[in-house]
Design a binder for this molecule. Structure first.
Ligand SMILES: [Zn+2]
Length: 366
């Protein structure tokens, strides 16, 4: 069977390999891949910046965003042949730490977790994989190949869960939300926000392409005119770009008790001048800035529920470039209108045809 692999730390090492067929162990499902998504994290691995292969291997099978179909399941599992599943990315550390011990591996404290397709564990950009049943999340068959968005949406589900927990330290009914960055994570963050009935604003640099329309279709307001011109008093800011200037500036557009959630990673080593008003603004009006990464099972389950209720036409404009496995290399070459590019391993009946669309330029890690 075929698998997309790379040597972490070595740019230009991307290739399509012949790999041995997986042999599921006890408690594991045999999964046939349907689609695998590509995001900024994959590009960082391909640029040699992050990632490492499984112990004893040179190459890492890529792919952490995926939708698969169960081929064979053990009787004890809740899965049966034909079920669609989104595989979970992170596995708990072996110690385990207090959080991994209770299934909250997204909050791991010792950093010894592994991540499929990223850190020490082969990923899902392969024709077949074996997957522990407790790291598979059921996806509605109605959602079809858009189930590939469950993983990125799980990042957003976790972000919102934590925003609500932090906001609830006071009497709090958020009415204005700002999302910075209209990549897949930003757009999914806006989708979650509009479901909560809030006034949602999305800021991005794009002046054309699919982003303004995708934001408008949610009933949210699209901005490309700069942070200083889009108002203030936001109750929540979800920062999805990792742009250091935005990260530094967004606390100033929140209202009292405002919550800023950082979901994008800034480039290493950039020096910024921190405005001396930062601590003053945070302290005197109870503002919070926090970071979030990864997600656990309940976030995947919430993501699968939210996506199943979303407009399939809208989701079709997010997953806007589908590349057949035969043309796999093309999938890793960014195109100006990409929003979310996926490699198609297995055509799904009734899947929405590929449409032209915009770049996944968010710095959001998985
Ligand atoms: Zn841990």
């Amino acid at each position: 069977m075929k698998a997309v692999t790379a040597v972490p730390g070595h740019p230009e090492s991307l290739q399509l390999d012949e790999a041995a067929d997986p042999e599921p162990g006890p408690g594991e499902l045999l999964i046939e891949m349907v689609v695998a998504g590509i995001c900024g994290t994959d590009h960082e691995i391909l640029e040699g910046d992050i990632g490492y292969p499984p112990s004893g291997h040179d190459r890492l099978v890529l792919g952490h965003e995926a939708l698969g179909k169960v081929v064979a399941a053990t009787e004890e599992s809740d899965f049966g042949p034909g079920d669609l599943v989104a595989p979970i990315v992170r596995r708990p550390d072996p110690v385990p730490c207090a959080n991994c011990a209770v299934g909250e591996w997204d909050m791991c404290r010792n950093g010894r977790f592994t991540e499929a397709g990223i850190r020490g564990l082969d990923g899902y950009a392969a024709e077949r994989v074996s997957l522990p049943a407790n790291f598979a999340v059921k996806v509605s068959s109605d959602l079809g190949h858009f189930g590939v968005l469950v993983e990125p949406a799980s990042i957003v589900a976790k972000a919102w869960e934590h925003i609500v927990r932090i906001g609830s330290r006071a009497e709090w009914s958020p009415s204005r939300v700002l999302v910075t960055g209209a990549g897949p994570i930003g757009l999914l963050a806006a989708l979650f926000a509009t479901r909560l009935g809030e006034e949602v604003h999305v800021l991005d640099r794009a002046t054309d392409g699919p982003k303004p329309g995708l934001v408008g279709d949610l009933g949210a307001v699209y901005h490309n005119e700069g942070l200083d011109r889009i108002g203030h008093q936001y109750d929540v800011v979800l920062e999805c770009t990792g742009d250091i200037d935005l990260v530094s500036a967004v606390p100033a557009v929140t209202g009292p008790n405002g919550v800023v959630c950082l979901a994008g990673v800034t480039d290493e080593g950039h020096q910024v001048i921190v405005n001396s008003d930062l601590a003053r603004n945070l302290v005197l009006e109870n503002r919070t800035i926090f970071g979030t990464v990864n997600s656990n099972r309940r976030h995947y389950e919430e993501a699968a529920r939210v996506l199943a209720q979303a407009d399939p036409t809208w989701l079709g404009q997010i997953v806007n470039r589908r590349v057949p496995l035969d043309d796999w290399r093309e999938a890793y070459t960014r195109q100006p209108d990409d929003v979310k590019t996926v490699i198609e391993f297995l055509p799904l009946k009734g899947a929405v045809p590929a449409q032209p669309g915009r770049e996944d330029s968010s710095g959001v890690p998985s």
